[in-house]
Design a protein around this ligand. Structure first.
Ligand code: 6R9
Length: 644
């Protein structure tokens, strides 16, 4: 980006918090002031929401940046904080997880149940030879044992590395090898799109080339046939027969908790390392503050997979540390029908829903009539994460899911940040559709230009260390420095890789990855704003925009558009619509109607692939793009070329 990002999209709608929510909010406006006066004292106060076996001597050691130590000298156990603590406080009978399998089978686990299962799993892992500091890979479907496996690792100080259950042999193998994991925890399979989907064969093939693996612990979920080696152990044998007694040992605040791999687009995956005390402090506080969770009455549901950081922080560690009752769902949103999510919300009387823009846009595409068939009146708060949420998708979410009464928290954060960084507080903030609004109390973010100077449109940076920050890239301190801290070395800022703008009220708007920013006739134009303009057209459900090399303008805007069910519109009309909304410079050179967009496994649009397509086709035949088979090929190519 040579200059700053253009400030294009004007959004004037605003939604204040519902009065009752504001009055009873867990965190109110004074928190901002409090954190501003003394940031470290603010985080100490949040750390005290947890149970420490030994209090820290120093809140933050930042003497060797960018290597932070938080709550130095403090000792705690994460599993104790998520489980024992609630049971000891008399909440053992509270439901922790309402689990729903894709075929419709269900399980209910109280905090007592979850604690017992975790203690048994901790004992089983110990007898399999796992010790504090060892790495354990977890490759599982969305079943309660996945959470138990994570909590059991945390309980004995083993560092878990969860690998998304949809990943291939190469991805799993690479991650096991990079972390030198000793044990893999997996299942025979899980249910996806109405059928059992095997996991064990992928593990077998991977483990054959991973000499560090000593044991493979296998949950029986689907009952499908599995090959068996002498490393394999059934969960129901090892955990089933283990003792229910297990005392949680104290670990140092900086003890490694987990590694989670994130690959960006092309490069070798980075093993993002998170540690114990600071991570749990911020995951727990942000869950309490941003979702306003009332553990006695709320039913919380985060639809992420535990293979992503959202599942780590907002299914396992945040909610459980706060004693939440939550829904956990194994399958896909359209199995056996497209109203499955809404059916579950009605069934469990879900009050807080946390999902992704890609899902919201898909629901909008499927049609308003589907959620309208269900009783969603239990909902009181909605959240969004993973991508910029276009204002129209935000409005659709508000109206069709939230019944125009629920605040929406658009939460910006990353695997690297560990927990939410920029988000409204639902009882305080006047939300604008499409804006993550501002940094949470205790968080410092600034938008800067190439020189690292504050600006209204440019790079998003984090200017002060935060408790749940990544500590390094596993085994590669140099890459950690290079990737996140070299760009604004002089200022000492963390560079997030995202573009953002600040509006005249100071609200922050995320504009996508800076690698995706388009340079058109000397103007820096964000993909997000053009996509949002397209999605604002009534016929459009989803849009992805890329800049393709162009002889006259440097780059030209190419748009790939999915229409809403039953809608039809001409390419010219969409081009004009963007031109009218954002100005003629933003008028796409071409608009292609497509059936699907290439996305990562976590649902983020992969613009890089579309850019390749747009560039190759720019001089010739563009009709092939309308061919669904081409998109199918893109999708297949995507699955072999990238795993994230
Ligand atoms: C939590 C998660 C991180 C990247 C991040 C940004 C994008 C996430 C967003 C958002 C705009 C939001 N992102 N939340 N962009 N608004 N509310 O998604 O982590 O998978 O590591 O991705 O996702 O580009 O840099 P991760």
């Amino acid at each position: 980006m040579s200059e700053t990002l253009e400030n294009l999209l004007q959004e004037t709608r605003q939604f204040p918090p519902p009065a009752e929510l504001a009055e009873n909010a867990n965190v109110k406006a004074d928190a901002y002031k409090e954190a501003e006066v003394d940031r470290l004292a603010f985080w100490e106060k949040q750390a005290r929401r947890l149970h420490w076996f030994k209090e820290w001597d120093q809140t933050l050691d930042w003497s060797n940046p960018p290597f932070a130590k938080w709550f130095v000298g403090g000792q705690l156990n994460i599993s104790y904080n998520c489980l024992d603590r609630h049971v000891l406080a008399g909440q053992g009978d509270r439901v922790a997880i309402h689990w729903e399998g894709e075929p419709g089978d269900t399980r209910t686990l109280t905090y007592n149940d979850l604690l017992i299962e975790t203690k048994k799993a901790a004992n089983a892992l110990t007898s399999l030879g796992v010790q504090a500091g060892d790495r354990v890979a977890i490759y599982m479907p969305m079943i309660p044992e996945a959470a138990v496996a994570m909590l059991a690792c945390a309980r004995i100080g083993a560092t878990h590395s969860v690998v998304f259950g949809g990943f291939s042999v190469d991805a799993l193998k690479g991650r096991i090898q990079d972390a030198s994991a000793k044990v893999v925890i997996t299942a025979d399979g899980g249910y996806r799109r109405g059928a059992p989907s095997a996991l064990k064969p992928t593990v077998d093939e991977s483990v054959a080339e991973c000499p560090t693996i000593e044991k493979v612990l296998v949950v029986r979920r689907t009952g499908q046939d599995v090959a068996w080696t002498d490393k394999d152990v059934w969960w129901h044998d090892a955990v089933g027969n283990a003792s229910e007694e297990h005392e949680a040992p104290a670990f140092d605040a900086e003890h490694p908790l987990f590694i989670l791999y994130t690959s960006g687009t092309t490069a070798k995956p980075k093993g993002i390392l998170h540690t114990t005390g600071g991570y749990l402090t911020q995951a727990s506080f942000t869950h309490h503050a941003v979702f306003d969770l009332k553990p006695e009455s709320d039913i919380y549901w985060c639809t992420a997979d535990i293979g992503w950081v959202t599942g780590h922080s907002y299914i396992v560690y945040g909610p459980l540390s706060n004693g939440a009752t939550q829904v956990m769902y194994e399958g896909t949103p359209d199995t056996p029908h497209k109203g499955r999510f809404w059916e579950l919300i009605e069934k469990y009387r879900v009050t807080i829903l946390y999902t992704a823009p890609t899902a919201i846009r898909t629901f909008a595409k499927w049609g308003d009539d589907i959620p309208a068939q269900f009783d969603l009146s239990s909902l009181r708060l909605l959240g969004s994460v993973g991508e910029p949420i276009n204002p129209e998708a935000w409005m659709w979410y508000r109206e069709h899911i939230g019944g125009n009464r629920c605040p929406i928290v658009d939460t910006w954060w990353q695997t690297e940040t560990g927990a939410i960084m920029i988000s409204p507080l639902p009882g305080v903030t006047n939300c604008k559709p499409g804006s993550a609004m501002g940094p949470l109390p205790g968080i410092s973010a600034t938008i800067v230009n190439d020189e690292g100077q504050p600006t209204d449109g440019g790079y998003l940076t984090l200017t002060e260390p935060w408790p749940s920050m990544l500590r390094t890239i596993w085994g590669d301190n140099d890459r950690f420095i290079e990737t996140y801290w070299a760009r604004f070395r002089e200022q000492g800022y963390y560079f997030a890789g995202d573009g953002a703008k600040r509006d005249s009220d100071g609200a922050i708007w995320l504009l996508g990855r800076v690698d995706d920013v388009m340079l058109v006739s000397g103007h820096n134009i964000s993909t997000t704003e053009v996509e949002s303009a397209l999605v604002a057209h009534p016929a459009v459900a989803e849009a992805a925009v890329v800049g393709a090399t162009d002889a006259t303008t440097g780059q030209a805007i190419c748009a790939f558009v999915i229409l809403r069910g039953g809608a039809s519109v001409s390419e010219a009309e969409l081009r004009d619509h963007v031109g009218k909304t954002l100005g003629p410079i933003c008028k796409p050179r071409q608009v292609q109607l497509v059936a699907e967009l290439p996305k990562t496994r976590s649902g983020k649009i992969m613009r890089r692939l579309l850019r390749n397509i747009a560039e190759k086709k720019e001089l010739g035949d563009t009709t092939t793009l309308q061919d669904a088979n081409v998109m199918q090929l893109i999708k297949e190519g995507m699955q072999t070329s990238t795993e994230d």
